[in-house]
Design a protein around this ligand. Structure first.
Ligand code: HEM
Ligand code: HEM
Length: 187
């Protein structure tokens, strides 16, 4: 299979972007810390915050590269399904893309204008800049992060439902090596 997709399968690059992003988002979520600033920015939590911010920043960079690649890639056609289901699936994908942008963006802007520097990969810090509206934005970031995890969970459950019950190629076109249950072919 080539880097680009076909009518029935995402390409290797789109699959790699998808699964790497899912993994990094999951780890960023698991190591996230909210609560009062004394806790979030405490010395004890500094290594975890650095990891959280670096993973989140990587997710943001991956999103930009992924969307540029998507312009040139062949996106598979949806297998036969009711129109409402196809609309719901497209809406979920674009909502996930929007959240992949909004979650790191609100965090970075909120942190910088909430009086804290953003540190990425331990390479040094950017900011902070003066502003009073950063802290509420950082809280919105946490809520959007929760929403993204719920939506991703629903999205994953839908993909598994398609594979197990509808027996169409929805999951197999994104998961390398998984055979398409509607044709019996792998790849
Ligand atoms: C996909 C990426 C990310 C996800 C899923 C995510 C998720 C979350 C969640 C769920 C919380 C709230 C935790 C809680 O209330 O217990 C949080 C807090 C936080 N995140 Fe992220 N985050 C991401 C990226 C980033 C980035 C790029 C930064 C860099 C600035 C960042 C900085 C923060 C900070 C500073 C807080 C504490 C906010 C506060 O309550 O003041 N996050 N994150
Ligand atoms: C944080 C976690 C995740 C995010 C942010 C996410 C996001 C996305 C996005 C934006 C797309 C659209 C791709 C495109 O057409 O450009 C997509 C497709 C897909 N995702 Fe996820 N995903 C996540 C986790 C998962 C998991 C855990 C599964 C499976 C168990 C999964 C299964 C799929 C499948 C099968 C497709 C292709 C659907 C289709 O062609 O209709 N995703 N995902």
């Amino acid at each position: 299979m080539s880097l680009s997709g076909t009518a029935t399968r995402y390409g290797r690059l789109a699959q790699a972007f998808h699964w790497l992003t899912a993994l990094l988002v999951l780890i960023a979520f698991l190591v996230s810390a909210g609560g009062p600033p004394e806790r979030v920015y405490s010395a004890a939590r500094a290594p975890t915050l650095l990891l959280h911010e670096s993973l989140g920043f990587t997710v943001f960079c991956l999103l930009v590269i992924r969307l540029v690649w998507r312009r040139f890639d062949r996106i598979p056609d949806a297998p036969a399904m009711p129109a409402w289901m196809e609309v719901a699936s497209k809406a979920t994908h674009w909502a996930l893309y929007a959240l992949l942008f909004a979650v790191p963006a609100t965090a970075m802007v909120g942190t910088l204008f909430g009086g804290h520097p953003v540190t990425v990969y331990g390479l040094g810090a950017i900011g902070p800049f003066s502003g009073t509206w950063g802290a509420p934005l950082a809280e919105i970031h946490g809520t959007l992060g929760d929403i993204m995890m719920w939506l991703a969970g629903l999205h994953a459950a839908a993909a598994i439902f398609h594979h197990v019950f509808l027996r169409d190629r929805v999951l197999s076109q994104m998961l390398p090596g998984l055979p398409d249950p509607s044709s019996g072919q792998g790849g």
